[in-house]
Each structure stands twice: as structure tokens, then as C-alpha cells.
Design a protein around this ligand. Structure first.
Ligand SMILES: Nc1ncnc2c1ncn2[C@@H]1O[C@H](COP(=O)(O)OP(=O)(O)OP(=O)(O)O)[C@@H](O)[C@H]1O
Ligand SMILES: [Mg+2]
Length: 626
């Protein structure tokens, strides 16, 4: 059978009341490869048709009961006209042919049947059915394509009026199909046809020439807003045209972002070298070129190991690169070498850049910090100078204070000794008792000098750490209170203490803590001495707050005068009269607290006195056992 593959299927239904004709038809058609079914009357034909769905039906026009034309009409009704019917009519029976075509038959053949003619007609019927089917399919898919494509598709006639407008165009422009059709396309795409019109003006008489153009332009929505579009136009210069429009707002934004990023990349003052996944320098920015002194072509394409040439010290360069390979990150201050050999400090940071598409790409960012280093050196020099001046000043102050402190007892010693000598020369030293009294005064004054020297020694040594061990602050408080117990009694001072039981240790030196507390208590006693109140109280509190131990010593004495709090920890700052205080107590306290990594602050309290708050870190067992 010819063109078999072209057939949708090969079922043929033969409807004839004459059995002999049916047999002949079956033989002819089966020889051609068709699968033939027979029906003897209209009712049978309709039943078989429903069941078998044949590709072609051959019907004899002259059937009993239900004639062939009626059967044909019913079949066409049943299949919606999709099944081709071939009517067999009597020779030269024009009326039958007319009736057959009216009933919906696709073709007719005359009786008696000519085998080859019948086969060609059946074959032709099937082929035209197939073509019709394919045409319908292609029309449907074209239609669905136009409906579903994301691009707007607008059909425009030769007057520039819209004739078709797909759903994407409705979405893009905000007009419905009904609103858009009949409108001028220029309302939505004012600049779309500029080139076409130009060509048309320059070459009149080419209206019927095909024209294709692609451009970007501006689209105008129904609400008056506009947006960037890509426009493709194809059709005749001055005839029907198809316009395909794509909203490119997002693409434009992405391009703008890229342009901005590129501008930032080129304009930052930091040098940037990008190393690709193959380990080659992919790109460098203008700052990298100006900082290193290498031209862009000398850097791009080089293996990243070229960075060793740029870094001054090849061993540290190796460390940095292996650090980056391991941790994908490195940053720090290094020395770098320009192409001309000049060495300069840079702040360098190398980090892996990763996203879905980029793998193992590294960004090397560096900044020439010559100025910063110079400025830091200058600052350091100035700070050293200031410290030296400060030291000289404090030495001056210290020696003046020491001289002043020592001068007093020294003068007393001289006066007493001179008077003893005077009376001795006059021969009036007859008794031992006044002599002993004078000598006692001399030793008292010498004792004062030695206590001044001891204070100074304490001050100097308080700044050195010595051996540190875990100490219990409660013990230090109790011992200091015990030492001063008789003084508290003599001065009518009541001691309150609130020491937290089981206090964790702090790292330091027990005698240093005692010294600190003794000084604070001594100051409190002195402040209470000058106070006229009856209820003189000193309160000692210890407690733990998170990883810190707090010690508070509070009195209800005179308190600290305004503006004094900033100065009280300075060495030799005192408000006491000569011989009563040297201004070293709190300086010793401050140094001792700092040595133990602690902090001390002073403030006035609600009882009118002063509160000194000290805090120390809880001793970390592993740290002090080392
Ligand atoms: N509890 C306190 N109440 C009021 N003022 C205080 C108290 N403690 C310290 N001060 C003030 O701070 C100053 C400095 O104290 P610091 O202990 O350093 O020196 P000082 O007591 O004057 O002399 P030194 O301790 O050397 O004998 C004191 O002169 C005093 O004015
Ligand atoms: Mg003091």
C-alpha cells in the first residue's frame, strides 16, 4: 500500500445492502492494505461507526430503510464532520451526487465500482484528512504560542493600527485586547518605526519590501508610565507588520548595576587583583596598576605566584599564600615592592569569592599605608616625648614633695641637735633627762624620715607584679581590719562588714591586697576624723558578679570634693597638711590594683562620704598553675 505511513489509520467501513458488492469492495481494499468492516444497512453502519471509529466510510446511496444520504448526514453529525464519507452513486446520477455532497459526503464514486479509481479516492480522502488535521494542529500550536509567549506580540496594519494584541502585550502595556485593537501602535511604542519610516522616506516605492529591524526603545503603559523595551519588527515596509516587544527593565537594572560595580572597581583607592579559579590573574583595577607600578598587561594573565614578586619578603609571601589556600582568607600588614624596586607598607586582604557560578576565585585587595605608617611613627614619637616630659615633670614634683616631706623632720633634728650643742657649749648641760628627751625627739623625726622613705619604696614596688598566686580577698579584708582595730576603737569608728562566703580567689599577692585595703581604710579613718558626726561607720563588702570579684569600702566621712576624683590617684596628690599625708596612698593602691588586672573607681555616696569600688577578675585555675 502506497503512503501507508501517511495514513492516520487504515480502517474503512463499507456500507452496502448488496453482499456481492461488499465482498468485491472488501477484496479491492484489503489488497491495498486497508482493514475493512462491513455493514448491511444504516443502523448497523451507525453502530459499527461508533465502535470502530473508521478513517473512511464508503456508503451506497441506495440503502433500504435508511437511505445512504441519511446515513451520511447522521455520521457527519456524529463525528462533527471529521470522518470523510465516500458515496457510491449510480452512473451519471447528478441528483444523487448533489444530495450526497449536501449530506456532507467528501467525495463520490459511481457504480459499478472501478477498483483502482476507488482506491485512489480513498487514499486521497485520507491524505486530505491528514493535511487538514496537520493544518489545524499547526494553527492551534501557533495560537497557543502567541498566547503563552512571554513577549508581547502585536500585529500592525499598513496604517500603523493594531490588529492583534496577545496576552503578554496586555500584561506589558496594561491595555486589554479590546482597548488596544484599532489604536495606533505609536501610542505605546512612539519610536518603534523610526528606522522603517526613514528607509521608506529615503527609498519611496519600496512599500512591499520585507523589512526586519531590532532596536531598543521606550514603551508607554496605559497608566502613563514608561519602561525600556527591546522591539523586533518584521513585515512589509508600508504594510502589515508583526511587532515583538520585550520589557527589559530588569536587564537594564542589572546592566546599570554592573556598570556601577565596574565604576566602583575602577575608582576605589584600594588596589584590587582578581585571581581566577585556574590561579591566573584575571583582572586588576586602576589603583592596583598605580600602586604596584606594573602595567595592566604585565599583571593580567600572570599566575598568582607573581604576587610573591609584588610582596617584598618571599618567605612571608609563601606563608600568606599557603594560609589563603588553607583558610580562604588572610589579612594583615605587609611590605610590598613596586616594579621600580621601591618598598612600601600595605594593608593586604585576600579572600575567596564564592557564589553559585564563581568557584575558587580570590580577590586580593591592598592599600598603600605609607602615609598611615609615617603618621603612626610620628604619633608614637610624640607620645614618647610627652611621656618623657611627663616623667620629668613627675620627677620634679616628686623630688619637690620628697624634699618638702623630708626637710621638715630634718630641720627639727637640726634644731634639736643645735640647741643641745648650744647648751653644752654654754656648760649648762648638767642633767641627763633633758638630753634624753632631745634624743628621743631626734629619733622620732628620724623615724618619720624612714617612714617617708618606706612609703616611697612601697610606691615604686607596687608597680611590679612580684609572684602572683590565688588570694582570698575576704582574708585580706579581715587581716587589714584586725591591724587597724585599735585605731577604729580610739577614733570611735564602727566597722560593718558583709563578706560573701566562699568567694572565688583572685590572682595577686596577699600582702599587696592588705596594703591596698590598709591604705583605703587609713584614708577613711582620716576622713572620719575631720567629720563632726557621731555615727562614724566604715563598711567593707565583697561579692562576686559573673567572672569578677568586687570589693567596696565605704565611709560616711567628708567625701571627695568636686573635681578631686580625677586627681586622687595621682602620686603626691594630697589635701592633708604636711606630715599628715604625702599623697602616695591611693597611687600605691592604683598601681597594685592594675598589677592584678583590676580596676578601681571612687565616688561620693548617699551617706556623705566616699566609696571606693575595686574589681578583680576571678583567678583562672589553669592560668595561675602554669
Ligand atoms: N575616704 C576618703 N574620704 C575623703 N577624701 C579622701 C578619702 N580617701 C582619699 N581622699 C582624698 O584623696 C587624697 C589622696 O589620698 P592618698 O591616700 O593618695 O594620699 P594621702 O592620704 O593624702 O597621703 P598618704 O596616703 O600618702 O599618707 C587625700 O589627701 C584626700 O583628700
Ligand atoms: Mg592616704
Amino acid at each position: 500500500m502506497k503512503n501507508k505511513d501517511f495514513l492516520v489509520e487504515n480502517k474503512v467501513l463499507v456500507v452496502d445492502d448488496d453482499q456481492v458488492t461488499r465482498v468485491i469492495l472488501c477484496q479491492i481494499l484489503e489488497k491495498e492494505g486497508y482493514q475493512v468492516f462491513e455493514a448491511g444497512d444504516g443502523t448497523q453502519a451507525l453502530a459499527l461507526f461508533k465502535r470502530l471509529k473508521p478513517a473512511v466510510v464508503i456508503i451506497d446511496a441506495m440503502l433500504p430503510v435508511m437511505d445512504g444520504f441519511t446515513v451520511c448526514a447522521r455520521l457527519c453529525e456524529l463525528s462533527g464532520g471529521r470522518i470523510p464519507v465516500l458515496m457510491l452513486t449510480s452512473l451519471n446520477d447528478e441528483e444523487s451526487v448533489k444530495l450526497a455532497l449536501q449530506a456532507g459526503a467528501a467525495d463520490f464514486s459511481t457504480k459499478p465500482v472501478n477498483g483502482p479509481v476507488l482506491c485512489r479516492r480513498v487514499e486521497r480522502l485520507l491524505r486530505s484528512r491528514k493535511i487538514e488535521f496537520l493544518l489545524k494542529k499547526s494553527r492551534a500550536s501557533k495560537q497557543s504560542l502567541i498566547i503563552n509567549v512571554p513577549d508581547g506580540i502585536i500585529g500592525v496594519n499598513k496604517y500603523g493600527l493594531i490588529e492583534s494584541f496577545n496576552p503578554a502585550a496586555e500584561r506589558v502595556f496594561g491595555y486589554s485586547y479590546a482597548e488596544a485593537v484599532g489604536q495606533s501602535v505609536r501610542k505605546m511604542l512612539p519610536d518603534a518605526f523610526r528606522e522603517q519610516e526613514q528607509v521608506f522616506i529615503e527609498h519611496p516605492g519600496i512599500e512591499n519590501k520585507m523589512f526586519n529591524s531590532e532596536r531598543e526603545g521606550t514603551g508607554w503603559r496605559k497608566d502613563g508610565s514608561n519602561f525600556p523595551v527591546a522591539i523586533k519588527i518584521s513585515g512589509f515596509c508600508a504594510g502589515d507588520r508583526l511587532v515583538i516587544v520585550r520589557d527589559i527593565t530588569e536587564r537594564k537594572l542589572a546592566e546599570d548595576n554592573l556598570r556601577l560595580t565596574a565604576r566602583v572597581f575602577e575608582s576605589v583607592s584600594e588596589g584590587i587583583i582578581v585571581v581566577d579559579s585556574a590561579g591566573n590573574i584575571q583582572t586588576v583595577n586602576a589603583a592596583a596598576v598605580s600602586i604596584t607600578g606594573y602595567r595592566k598587561e604585565e599583571l593580567v594573565g600572570r599566575h598568582y605566584s607573581f604576587l610573591k614578586v609584588i610582596l617584598n619578603d618571599s618567605s612571608s609571601a609563601e606563608n600568606i599564600l599557603s594560609g589563603v589556600r588553607k583558610n580562604h582568607y588572610w589579612q594583615g600588614r605587609v611590605w610590598s615592592r613596586r616594579k621600580d624596586g621601591g618598598v612600601y607598607p600595605v594593608w593586604l586582604s585576600i579572600s575567596a569569592v564564592r557564589n553559585e557560578t564563581i568557584r575558587n576565585t580570590y580577590a586580593v585587595i591592598f592599600r598603600d599605608i605609607t602615609e598611615q605608617v609615617r603618621w603612626e611613627a610620628e604619633k608614637q614619637k610624640l607620645a614618647e616625648q610627652a611621656a618623657r616630659v611627663q616623667r620629668i615633670n613627675s620627677m620634679g614634683n616628686a623630688s619637690a614633695s620628697i624634699a618638702h616631706e623630708i626637710n621638715q623632720p630634718l630641720n627639727s633634728i637640726k634644731v634639736i641637735a643645735d640647741s643641745v650643742l648650744y647648751w653644752y657649749k654654754k656648760g649648762q648641760v648638767n642633767e641627763v633627762a633633758p638630753l634624753i628627751e632631745s634624743f628621743q625627739k631626734i629619733t622620732d623625726q628620724a623615724g618619720r624620715i624612714s617612714s617617708i622613705i618606706k612609703n616611697i619604696r612601697n610606691f615604686v614596688s607596687a608597680g611590679s607584679a612580684g609572684r602572683q598566686e590565688p588570694c582570698n580577698l575576704n582574708n585580706s579584708v579581715s587581716r587589714a581590719l584586725a591591724i587597724l582595730d585599735h585605731r577604729f576603737r580610739e577614733h570611735g569608728i564602727k566597722i560593718k562588714k558583709s563578706l560573701t562566703w566562699n568567694l572565688p580567689p583572685v590572682l595577686g599577692n596577699q600582702s599587696m591586697f592588705e596594703e591596698i585595703i590598709l591604705n583605703l581604710l587609713a584614708n577613711a579613718v582620716q576622713a572620719l576624723d575631720v567629720s563632726s558626726r557621731d555615727d562614724k561607720i566604715i563598711n567593707c563588702v565583697t561579692r562576686q558578679e559573673e567572672e569578677k570579684i568586687l570589693l567596696e569600702i565605704t565611709d560616711n566621712g567628708t567625701g571627695l570634693d568636686n573635681g578631686m576624683i580625677d586627681k586622687i590617684f595621682d602620686p603626691f596628690f594630697t589635701t592633708k597638711t604636711a606630715g599628715k599625708g604625702m599623697g602616695l596612698g591611693l597611687a600605691i593602691v592604683h598601681s597594685g590594683v592594675s598589677v592584678c588586672n583590676g580596676k578601681i573607681t571612687a565616688e561620693n555616696n548617699h551617706q556623705g562620704g566616699a566609696t571606693f569600688k575595686l574589681e578583680f577578675p576571678v583567678a583562672n585555675e589553669s592560668a595561675w598553675k602554669k
